[in-house]
Design a protein around this ligand. Structure first.
Ligand SMILES: Cc1ncc(COP(=O)(O)O)c(C=O)c1O
Length: 402
């Protein structure tokens, strides 16, 4: 073997994203990403489900699509149709559902179905980084709508739609995370959902509802899905098992009218999403989902309490936040002197990983001193120690008085 290395660089096409950095292991106090609580992972249940489903029908693994066709394992889609009806008010059948490899694949597929370079879309101003980055890469302009304590502001949405219409621009969709928004954890009340549907109809724009946190509302009660409230077939709905069971399983789904689904399905040329995961989830969830989720919520709420207490103890009034009604994230405002993009490196050096606000917003200035903290994955002790370490860095680097 020669030690000389082939130069691939001239072969890379224009427009590739910047190179990835090698993973060097998890940091001591990791408040990043959407990782779940390992103590609440229903491991025994998943093991038992794997054993029983494989013994019963494991030989179907010899086919692409498990004898269920290209939309995914039929019993999982049946479970979802029942769950979506019971929890979100969505009337759909297994035929309206496409299983994807995480809802990230759903984001890619719907974008590929609807978008072309130069298009405009409407999103929440503070928004999931994975969604923002995809739009940037596709050369699509996101128009950010500000949020308040009740999610996307409908007056601002109305103004944006009117403004775009005046300019002759018809946005391709209104993308929203209405139930426990990422990163703000706000929940869009039913009246705003109705108003969004009214505006969408008035301007001829479809709505794309991303609902992966909807199982994690502390009270267990969520407003009906926007999808369920429309009688015009103008809503595309996506969900995921990442936040309610486990992100590493990589199982998400799309519910969409056949006109969209048939085009999306034609773009899903991966031979089907991971079969074992779908089988195990269907087996587990059909029996145990409704028991598991309230336990998970209780554990997450307890961790949030620890995070809020730690912030009050170590930051005093310097850290501002609302008590979220659910989810796995706290969206925190630090004093204006703190630029969280600049806080990132020294915090990491102190063993604390955070998500800087500007990466989770299209309003870089307003989000400059904000950060997102995931409280699901670190232990109570790690939350406490990590917040203490972060406060120390903020004092040292930005003169924050805590
Ligand atoms: C709003 C939103 N959509 C989609 C995803 C993608 O999740 P997954 O691909 O794990 O289903 C996430 C992950 O954090 C998210 O927050």
């Amino acid at each position: 073997m020669s030690s000389a290395s082939f130069d691939f660089a001239p072969l890379f096409p224009a427009g590739l994203p910047p190179p990835a950095v090698r993973w060097t292991g998890r940091v001591k106090f990791d408040f990043t990403g959407g990782n779940n609580d390992s103590d609440r992972l229903p491991l025994d249940g998943l093991i038992a489900a794997a054993e029983s489903v494989l013994r019963r029908e494991g030989r179907t693994l010899s086919t692409y699509g498990l004898d269920s066709g290209p939309q995914g394992y039929r019993p999982l889609r049946d479970f979802l149709a029942g769950k979506l009806k019971a929890d979100a008010g969505i009337a759909c059948t297994a035929d309206d559902i496409l299983i994807t490899s995480g809802s990230l694949q759903a984001l890619d597929l719907i974008n590929a179905t609807l978008l072309a370079r130069g298009d405009t879309v409407i999103i929440e101003e503070d928004c999931y980084q994975g969604s923002i980055n995809r739009l940037t890469r596709l050369g699509v302009t996101p128009v950010g709508i500000p949020l308040d304590k009740n999610g996307m502001r409908m007056d601002a949405l109305s103004n944006a739609l009117e403004d775009l219409e005046r300019k002759g621009i018809r946005p391709k969709y209104i993308y929203t995370i209405p139930t426990v928004q990422n990163p703000t954890a706000t929940i869009l009340p039913i009246e705003r959902r109705q108003e969004m549907l009214r505006l969408a109809a008035a301007y001829g724009v479809p709505i794309w509802e991303d609902d992966c946190y909807a199982d994690l509302v502390w009270s267990g009660e969520r407003p009906p899905a926007i999808y369920s409230m429309s009688d015009r077939g103008d809503v595309i709905y996506i969900g995921s098992f990442s936040k309610s069971i486990a992100p590493a399983l990589r199982v998400g789904y799309i519910v969409a009218p056949w006109e969209v689904m048939s085009r999306t399905l034609a773009l899903k040329t991966d031979g089907g999403s991971g079969a074992l995961e779908q089988m195990v989830l269907a087996e587990y969830c059909t029996r145990t989902f409704t028991k598991h989720v309230p336990e998970l919520r209780r554990g997450l709420r307890a961790k949030l309490e620890t995070l809020m207490e730690s912030l009050r103890e170590h930051f005093g009034t310097a850290a501002e936040f609302d008590d979220p009604k659910g989810g796995i994230f706290l969206w925190v405002k630090l004093p204006d002197s703190v630029d969280t993009m600049k806080l990132y490196e020294p915090a990491l050096a102190a063993g604390v990983a955070i998500n800087p606000g500007p990466q989770w917003s299209v309003n870089k200035e307003r989000s400059r001193s904000r950060l997102r903290l995931c409280f699901a994955s670190p232990s109570h002790e790690e939350i406490h120690q990590g917040v203490a370490a972060l406060a120390e860095v903020c004092r040292r680097e930005f003169g924050v008085r805590t």
